[in-house]
Unconditional design. Sequence first.
Length: 188
Amino acid sequence: MPRSRVPRHKVFISFHEHDIKQKEDFVRMMGKRIVDRSVDTGNIDDTGLKTATVRQKIRDEYIRDATVTIVLIGPRTWQRKHVDWEIGSSIRKTKRNPRCGLLGIVLPNHSSYGKDDFDPHLIPPRLADNCTEGDSYSVIYDWPNPWAPAQVAEWIHNAYVRRDGTPPNNSRRPFGRNRTRDYRKGWQ
């Protein structure tokens, strides 16, 4: 599709709270090419709420209206339970909520940035599950430098189109808590 004809999508941006500046930069640099439907820090007080209730709030109040979920991948994003829940809710199709397209963007402060392959142990596991060889549900890109909003809008649109192709892999058990140990040393 020619870049001038790429439609504007409603996007849910999943990120680690330490990467809030990159999230804000992303929204600012994309301008009117996207509609941001993200949860911001402090929007959901999960104190005392059951895990299933928090996941449902994320899905029903924020993701429901989105067409694509973008995961901004910083060095610690793979550890966050909320990122895992957001990806899981995004790729789950229900009567109330359609499935979102999914893509990842590796931030410049990540050890996989600029490399031909990403380390699957340093990427959110549910995202890595959906970035298989061949016809995958999701794709991971590097944060563009220089910034290229038309190119990123095309990535978003391609994720939207892919959502009705290869079914996503959402078989992984949801995180019960944030991860603190290195994936390679034994957490599942």
